[in-house]
Design a protein around this ligand. Structure first.
Ligand code: ADP
Ligand code: ADP
Ligand code: ZN
Length: 206
C-alpha cells in the first residue's frame, strides 16, 4: 500500500502515522524528520535548508524530491510506504507520480483556528519521532514512548505558525483538488480525539 497523509501543519499527520505504520507495517517517511536529521548531522543538505525551515517556508522542490526518491529506493519500501509531509506542492506531486504514484491520499481535515494551539503545545522526540501535546502529557521533558528528552521544535512558535499556515493554503491545499481529480483522496475529520481519527483511517484502509 502506497499511502500519503495530507493536512495542515499540526493537523495530526505524525500522530496518525505512528498508529498507521504500527498496524499496517509500513515505513514512515516524514520529509520534515529527514530534513531535521540532516540539520542535526550538519550535512551539506542540512546546512542548505536550515534557515528556510526556521522561517516556515518550503525547502526547494529538487532537493526534496531527490531526498524522497533516495528513501523510497530503500528495500523496506518495496511493499509500500507512508509519506507524511510530502508532497507539499503540485510540482512535488507530479514528480512523485512519475516514480512511485500513491494508491490512497488521506486528508486530515482540521479547523485552521485550532492549529496554533496544537503546534505551540507540541513536544517532539527527536529520537523516536514521537509527537505529544502538553494538554495530554503535561509539562514533562521525558518522551512517554522511549524516555529520551523531548524538545520544542524551533519552528513551533506563533510567528512561524502563521507563515506555515499561509504556505499550506497557497502551496499545499491545491493538492486536495489534484488527488481528488485522480479519485484517490479520502477526507477524515481531524477535529476528534486521536483514537477516533484513527478509527476513521482504519475504515478507509480496511
Ligand atoms: P503534524 O505531523 O500534522 O504536524 P502532529 O501529529 O505532530 O501534527 O500533531 C500536532 C500536535 O497536535 C501534537 O502536539 C499532537 O499531540 C496534537 N494532536 C494530534 N492529533 C490530535 C487530535 N486528534 N486532537 C488533539 N490534539 C492532537
Ligand atoms: P509539520 O509537522 O508542521 O507539518 P514538518 O515536520 O512536516 O512540519 O515540516 C517542517 C518543515 O520542513 C517545513 O516547514 C518545511 O520547511 C520543511 N519540509 C518538510 N517537508 C517538506 C516538503 N515536502 N517540501 C518542502 N519542504 C518541506
Ligand atoms: Zn521518544
Amino acid at each position: 500500500m502506497k499511502l500519503i497523509l495530507l493536512g495542515a501543519p499540526g493537523s495530526g499527520k505524525g500522530t496518525q502515522a505512528a498508529y498507521i505504520t504500527d498496524k499496517y507495517d509500513l515505513p514512515h517517511i516524514s520529509t520534515g524528520d529527514l530534513f531535521r536529521e540532516n540539520i542535526k548531522n550538519k550535512t551539506p543538505l542540512g546546512i542548505k535548508v536550515k534557515e528556510i525551515m526556521d522561517t516556515g517556508n518550503l525547502c526547494p522542490d529538487d532537493l526534496t524530491v531527490e531526498l524522497v526518491k533516495d528513501r523510497l529506493n530503500n528495500p523496506d519500501c518495496k511493499n509500500g510506504y507512508l509519506l507524511d509531509g510530502f508532497p507539499r506542492d503540485i510540482p512535488q506531486a507530479i514528480a512523485l507520480d512519475e516514480f512511485a504514484a500513491p494508491d490512497v491520499v488521506i486528508e486530515i481535515d482540521v479547523d485552521l483556528n485550532k492549529i496554533e494551539h496544537r503546534i505551540t503545545g507540541r513536544r517532539s522526540c527527536p529520537k523516536c519521532g514521537g509527537s505529544f501535546h502538553v494538554d495530554f502529557i503535561g509539562n514533562v521533558d521525558k518522551c512517554p514512548t522511549c524516555g529520551d528528552k523531548l524538545i520544542i521544535r524551533k519552528d513551533d512558535n506563533p510567528e512561524t505558525v502563521k507563515e506555515r499556515l499561509e504556505v499550506y493554503q497557497n502551496q499545499t491545499a491545491p493538492l486536495i483538488e489534484y488527488y481528488g481529480k485522480q479519485g484517490k483522496l479520502v477526507k477524515v475529520n481531524g477535529d476528534q480525539p486521536i483514537e477516533k481519527v484513527f478509527e476513521e483511517v482504519v475504515k478507509v484502509l480496511g
